[in-house]
Design a protein around this ligand. Structure first.
Ligand code: NZQ
Ligand code: ZN
Length: 388
């Protein structure tokens, strides 16, 4: 097991009705609040009214930043920074999925950044000075409620970049808020959670058993409860388990003690979203099995890890190590095909015209050369082609 640092200082309130504690938790952070939200789901569900009442009863002064898009744009960040400066905002309250929370993180940091927020996103590699941030999670997927990163898009330059920004000081995770999440977003969210786990699990370190075991439990939980959440959107157990998996999945904890992997599927998916503005989890669901098949073929030394995945996650025991490895990939492929998401890029109207440029960008800073199985530009183009 390699050395690691545990440094997560987000307070998480988990469970039905935890929002009642919002005024108490927010008061020490600030009284003049920027309320950030997306395209209107929180108004349709009534959460907006609940929060506005709590804030007004608590004597908070509220400024709104609304209309934050999925794959949040740098334009929303710029708008939020301007509002914060004009109104003397003291704290940011994000209510929504990963896109809203990520945008709110960038706004909270952008207030203290001298220069254009896009330069901050391009260059940020460590936690930044930020306004305090509270998050109310409404979609289980990204783990943004429990990490310090944010992913912001600049569609003009075809860039979607992850940046280290700031963690929420406090996150409210009420699984009942996810009852209204569509089947499409529920399935995408689960594909994203699984991918966060895969990105750490498929590593060269084999003796970090406690964290591999945690990762396997998260994978089994997502595979068990996603179909339930799709069939019964108001099943509390399913939504609650998926919500915890969201937070753990991208927290870094499942990777503790393990060698870095370059997160290759995320590097490739962010190119798809940057060029075609697709849903993050959908891109991952399409890429993941193709990436797995590609690296298993390219480098058979990964066979034992894939065999372990088959055994410990899917309970497959019959066959040689090589057969188990293939069966494990077949099993996750079948699962990802079963949840109702698009299964290839052509279904999304994506062709190969930008594959060269996307493959080059995906390897920014030589990131994919340090991947679990190092990937060349040709490898990445091959994986994209296999997704068509
Ligand atoms: O905008 P509204 O109207 O709120 O609707 C949203 C949006 O259309 C809707 N939604 C959210 N909660 C809902 C709901 N609809 C009904 N009921 C609810 N309770 O769902 C749609 C998608 O929301 P979004 O926030 O975009 O989804 P997600 O949470 O999957 O976030 C995706 C973004 O996060 C980034 C992705 O790249 C993408 O930009 N990521 C962030 C990470 C991080 N911060 O650590 C890591 C991830 O790997 C990921 O890259
Ligand atoms: Zn992700």
């Amino acid at each position: 097991m390699l050395d690691f640092v545990h440094d997560i200082n987000t307070k998480v309130l988990f469970g039905k009705g935890c929002i009642e504690k919002l005024p108490e938790e927010l008061a020490p952070l600030g009284r003049r609040v920027l309320l950030a939200y997306g395209g209107g789901s929180i108004k349709r569900t009534g959460l907006y009214d609940t929060i506005m009442k709590l804030l007004s009863d608590g004597g908070f002064e509220v400024t709104e930043l609304s209309g934050i898009e999925p794959n949040p744009r740098i334009g929303s960040v710029r708008e939020g920074v301007k509002l914060c400066r004009e109104r003397g905002i003291e704290a940011v309250l994000a209510v929504g999925g990963g896109s809203v929370i990520d945008c709110a993180k960038a706004v909270a940091c952008g207030v203290f950044f001298e220069g254009d927020p896009w330069d901050m996103i391009r260059t940020s590699r460590r936690r930044m000075k930020a306004l305090p941030l509270a998050a109310v999670l409404t979609l289980s997927a990204t783990g943004s409620e429990f990490d310090d990163s944010g992913v912001i898009s600049n569609l003009e330059t075809h860039e979607k970049l992850g940046a280290i920004l700031t963690p929420p000081a406090v996150s409210f995770c009420d699984p009942t808020y996810t009852f209204t999440v569509s089947k499409y977003q529920t399935a995408s969210g689960s594909a994203d959670i699984l991918s966060h786990i895969f990105e750490g699990y498929f590593s060269r370190t084999d003796d970090s058993d406690v964290f591999d075991g945690l990762a396997e439990t998260v994978m089994k939980t997502v595979i068990k409860y996603t179909p339930t959440a799709l069939d019964e959107p108001e099943n509390y157990s399913a939504r609650a388990n998926l919500m915890v998996c969201s937070s753990i999945g991208c927290s870094g904890i499942p990777e503790y003690g393990k060698r870095g992997t370059g997160w290759p599927c995320h590097a490739m998916e962010h190119e798809l979203s940057a060029y075609y503005d697709i849903t993050h989890g959908v891109g991952l669901a399409i890429l993941t099995p193709r990436w797995m098949r590609h690296i298993l073929k390219k480098d058979p030394t990964v066979t034992p890890r894939f065999a372990r995945f088959a055994r410990n996650v899917f309970g497959i025991t019959e066959g040689s190590e090589a057969e188990l490895a293939e069966k494990g990939i077949d099993a996750i492929d079948a699962f990802l095909r079963s949840v109702g998401l698009p299964t290839c890029l052509s279904e999304l109207g994506i062709g190969e015209e930008h594959f060269e440029a996307m493959a080059e960008h995906a390897n920014r800073g030589g990131r994919l050369e340090r991947a679990y199985v190092p990937l060349t530009k040709e490898d990445v183009i091959g994986i994209f082609r296999a997704c068509l």
